[in-house]
Design a binder for this molecule. Sequence first.
Ligand SMILES: Nc1ncnc2c1ncn2[C@@H]1O[C@H](COP(=O)(O)OP(=O)(O)OP(=O)(O)O)[C@@H](O)[C@H]1O
Length: 255
Amino acid sequence: MERGYKATKINVDKLNLFYGDKQALFDVSLNIQEKEVTALIGPSGCGKSTFLRTLNRMNDLIEGVRVSGDITVDGENIYTSQDVIKLRTKVGMVFQKPNLFPMSIYDNVAYGPRMQGIKNKKVLDALVEESLRGAAIWDEVKDRLKTSALGLSGGQQQRVCIARAIAMKPDVILMDEPTSALDPISTLKVEELISELKKDYTIVIVTHNMQQAARISDKTAFFLNGEVIEYDETDVIFQTPNDSRTEDYITGRFG
Ligand SMILES: Nc1ncnc2c1ncn2[C@@H]1O[C@H](COP(=O)(O)OP(=O)(O)OP(=O)(O)O)[C@@H](O)[C@H]1O
């Protein structure tokens, strides 16, 4: 794997997060490099999704959530800046289950750009095509763009979700177990797509699948009970981890 110099895209410094009285993240500090895939692994309930959601302030939508510490994206503190809409445009998200709207494939992908005020049909057509191509699904759907997106297979729907995220022209794409609801062939397609997307985007992915983390990520962070135990090059985490708890987890001794 290439080891060239990459700039920091997201810097997380001593992040703590509380759901009411319950602390879910403890002093998490991570430096996420641009145009890399960073995988978040760890047993159920260790805070991976919570951490992922702090990166575009999705936890703000949950009542009683309190955050301390700093997160910067491109050097800008995302919790002191007021513009959450702009943040969520820059830092897009793909969820565990495909969550397309009950409308056509075209309208799903055009939805965000239309909300941003883009009305010109030619511009939208081009953006929809470019986004679907970027998500490696264009050839499969180009003749049925006006049919319901919900008629697609789960794997196809997930790639349309990725196209919908790309259409907003984000810099960062957060993915929360994007293949856990997919069959092995669709999973492979999405994995290939992620490897392709990192040429243009910074990707942070939560996965329960160790092989997947090892296959597609450059860096891996191992979470346990809300703390980052170890964060390093993926090869190091999987081949020569420094902490015995990381080793126990990746060799399947718990979790
Ligand atoms: N909305 C919420 N309100 C209260 N507690 C929550 C909420 N969401 C998550 N938690 C708690 O925070 C902790 C971390 O949960 P989180 O979902 O981030 O873990 P995870 O590592 O992503 O788990 P999984 O792999 O099962 O998805 C857990 O103890 C969970 O119960």
